[in-house]
Ligand binder design. Structure first.
Ligand code: SF4
Length: 289
């Protein structure tokens, strides 16, 4: 149960056993991201990872959820994944969910048969963060995938029987693309049709390429009103079949939640109240990444 560097996981995995099978992110180019800046991507030594599993099973035999880190762990080869899934399945009798972060490219690099095999072996949930559905924004932030790539990846995930959690990033298009970013993100959510949808709010972090663009006047973050308007547009226009929607991440100004599209009206009403100044926003000092 050793960890290297800072380990990130989605808020919903707070009670999961975090198993670090890879270090860093194989893409590591998104302009706003500082999670693994300067960290060379690598797969951890497999013997060490499996030893971690054995140690964890002795200390925490009741583990029922595992999140496999780091930033895009799906990139590991399928054979290696299958050995890992077999090990955790044997080590934790109550295991009911194994999840990881994935990029669209990670998914598209695997065949449908491979994804089905991974699902059968226990990999049940993927977190994909397209951040935006606007292709101009996706290119500018160097996400490494287009609107269509994310739609194709989501279809493969669903066809394999895995659950899909989609993460979008308010503010990613800057002031210049705020309208397109919100509308295209809503359209992408509809097309990806996730089981879970989370919205985070962009924080421009010192040392990132995005911060340097901002310093040169080439990127401007929308103000709070602009960010709330983006969230309202996404909640109002996205039409997934039935997605659990959350903005409870600490980066957001207003925590809202519910199911989309079922609770659309009440979520939009909350956003309208926030825009009208009728409900308090999370103060800046209480916001986090
Ligand atoms: S894919 Fe994720 S972890 Fe990797 S650079 Fe982009 S935001 Fe960061």
């Amino acid at each position: 149960m050793r960890y290297e560097g800072k380990v990130y996981r989605p808020p919903s995995e707070a009670r999961s056993y975090i198993l670090q099978a890879t270090i860093g992110c194989s893409h590591n180019l998104c302009t706003y991201c500082d999670m693994y800046r300067g960290v060379a991507f690598r797969e951890r030594d497999e013997v060490e990872v499996l030893e971690d599993v054995r140690q964890a099973s002795r200390r925490y035999p009741g583990v029922d959820k595992i999140f496999v880190a780091d930033g895009d762990a799906l990139v590991m080869g399928t054979e290696r994944w299958l050995r890992l899934l077999e090990a955790v399945g044997a080590a934790f009798p109550r295991l009911r969910q194994v999840s990881c972060y994935a990029t669209a490219a990670n998914v598209l690099q695997k065949s449908d048969a491979e994804l089905r095999e991974l699902r059968r072996a226990g990999l049940s949930l993927l977190y994909i963060g397209p951040e935006s559905g606007d292709d101009v924004t996706l290119k500018r932030v160097v996400k490494g995938g287009t609107f269509e790539d994310h739609v194709r990846a989501a279809a493969k995930v669903r066809a394999a029987g895995m659950k899909l959690s989609v993460i979008v990033l308010l503010g990613a298009g800057g002031v210049e693309r705020t309208v397109e970013h919100a509308r295209e993100t809503a359209r992408l959510v509809t097309e990806m049709d996730p089981d879970f949808l989370a919205a985070l709010t962009l924080t421009v972090i010192p040392g990132t390429p995005l911060r340097r663009m901002m310093d040169k006047g080439r990127f401007e973050l929308p103000d709070v009103r602009g960010l709330l308007t983006e969230l309202r547009t996404i909640a109002n226009e996205a039409r997934p079949t039935d997605a659990l929607f959350r903005t409870n991440h600490a980066s957001n100004y207003v925590p809202v939640g519910g199911r989309l599209p079922r609770d659309r009206e009440s979520i939009v009403a909350t956003m309208d109240a926030a825009l009208a100044g009728e409900i308090p926003l999370r103060p800046e000092y209480a916001r986090g990444l």
